[in-house]
Design a protein around this ligand. Structure first.
Ligand SMILES: *[C@@H]1O[C@H](CO)[C@@H](O)[C@H](O)[C@H]1NC(C)=O
Ligand SMILES: *[C@@H]1O[C@H](CO)[C@@H](O)[C@H](O)[C@H]1NC(C)=O
Ligand SMILES: *[C@@H]1O[C@H](CO)[C@@H](O)[C@H](O)[C@H]1NC(C)=O
Ligand SMILES: *[C@@H]1O[C@H](CO)[C@@H](O)[C@H](O)[C@H]1NC(C)=O
Ligand SMILES: *[C@@H]1O[C@H](CO)[C@@H](O)[C@H](O)[C@H]1NC(C)=O
Length: 378
């Protein structure tokens, strides 16, 4: 069955624009994708971290305040992956570590703090601080998927064709790299991180995508990195007295250059994967430009143009980011209206920002090709 794109747009667009549970009825069955499998870090974790590590701060108010309660998501509400799931007519992607459920419509392996590279690599490079939040790297998440696969295929296909089921499912791999770079930056500085470690991170992501393709994945989304130099956390921790270190938006140039280099290499890997696996539809999702658009035309997205670099929830300071009073720990407080803020806690974005980004990935222009076209790929 093929559904014309125009029909998808009519179904999806009103829901994205009206947010949560709009009056539009979702199809009983997903349009074309049977399931979503998601891998990543705090930009995609829908509840694994709090199961592994306990609540603070992500299962504490004001996290989740827009949703109505904390859910373990590192935001005031929903994440890009939630809106992608809604956009293709699937339920929220359940966290893998909430065991015992039926994951036939998807599983989320993402964990807050997760890195692309295993801890062993950091130890080899003498990078011991900050210690990883837990054993949750991309490699670990892929093993979790592989452990789940037999039962998944059995439940979802009732013993039928697992390759067809996985081939029709959507695999979202990332974003990865942000947490690797935070560790390398602290130990090695921005120049060496960019030069020496970005290619290593990219190779790990590309190898992960290839591993999923070997399992039968044929519809993949690889999100790039955000403009790191615009994060309130980076702006605070790496503040510079030299005005030349900042760009026209007030972001730190070298950290954005690091993210752009990552994205450039990632897009090269996506092209190589497409050439090697012509039967797979692989999208590059452009986090960088979708976030930069918030700084360029904040009013268009409903954001306060004088506060795009200021965290909504934080413990004070120029960027309202204070590592000693992180969001979720007193005395940090949240701003009155998170819908007018881009940054939620200085590292993660608000639901309003994530919703816009998801729309620009599902329908374009910030995914190449837009995610909805992956649903229609042969
Ligand atoms: C398969 O179904 C059983 C019974 O409903 C459930 O316990 C198990 O978690 C399911 N496995 C997956 C991967 O969905
Ligand atoms: C790590 O530290 C050890 C001992 O100081 C040193 O021999 C080794 O060359 C270092 N490795 C790297 C990659 O810096
Ligand atoms: C990480 O988890 C894997 C299995 O998921 C296990 O084999 C490995 O020993 C763990 N490593 C650490 C350092 O806990
Ligand atoms: C799991 O859910 C799928 C889709 O919702 C359903 O078709 C299947 O029968 C369920 N399997 C089990 C074992 O509950
Ligand atoms: C916009 O942000 C600035 C700086 O944080 C603040 O002073 C101002 O009150 C905000 N305006 C609105 C309408 O929220």
């Amino acid at each position: 069955m093929r559904v014309p794109v125009a029909v998808l747009l009519l179904v999806v667009l009103p829901c994205l624009l009206h947010g949560a549970d709009a009056a539009v009825r979702w199809p009983k069955k997903p349009l074309l994708l049977p399931a979503i499998f998601s891998f990543g870090d705090s930009y995609a974790d829908t509840g694994n971290y709090i199961i592994l590590e306990g609540g603070r701060p992500f299962n504490y108010s004001p996290y989740g305040e827009t949703f109505g309660r904390p859910t373990g998501r590192a935001s005031d509400g929903l994440l890009v992956i939630d809106y992608v799931a809604k956009g293709v007519g699937l339920p929220f992607v359940p966290p893998y570590l909430a065991k015992g459920q039926n994951f036939s419509e998807g599983a989320n392996f993402a964990v807050i703090g997760a890195r692309a590279l295993d801890q062993a690599y950091f130890l080899e490079q003498n990078v011991t601080s900050p210690a990883p939040m837990m054993n949750s790297s991309l490699g670990v998440q892929l093993r979790w998927f592989e452990e789940l696969k037999p039962s998944l295929c059995n439940n979802a296909t009732k013993g039928g064709g697992c390759r067809d089921y996985l081939g029709r499912s959507l695999f979202v791999l990332g974003e990865f790299g942000g947490n690797d770079y935070l560790a390398f930056l602290a130990a090695k500085g921005v120049e060496q991180t960019t030069r020496a470690y970005v290619p290593v991170v990219i190779d790990a992501i590309a190898a992960g995508a290839e591993r999923l393709i070997r399992h039968g994945a044929r519809r993949l989304v690889l999100p790039g990195n955000i403009p790191m130099g615009c994060l309130p956390a980076i702006l605070t921790l790496y503040a510079s007295p030299d005005a030349a270190d900042y760009d026209g938006y007030g972001c730190l140039r070298k950290f954005n250059a690091l993210a752009r280099y990552h994205n450039e290499l990632l897009q090269g890997s996506v092209q190589a994967l497409r050439a090697k696996h012509p039967h797979a539809a692989i999208a590059y999702a452009n986090y960088y430009d979708s976030v930069l658009a918030f700084l360029t035309t904040p009013g268009f997205f409903g954001f306060n143009g004088s506060a795009t670099l200021v965290a909504c929830c934080g413990g004070g300071g120029r960027y309202n980011f204070n590592p000693a009073a992180f969001c979720g720990f007193p005395p940090a407080t949240a701003c009155a209206d998170p819908a007018r803020a881009v940054s939620w806690d200085g590292i993660h974005m608000t639901e309003a920002a994530y919703r816009s980004i998801a729309g620009s990935w599902l329908l374009g222009p910030f995914a190449e090709p837009p995610i909805l076209t992956l649903a229609l790929a042969p």
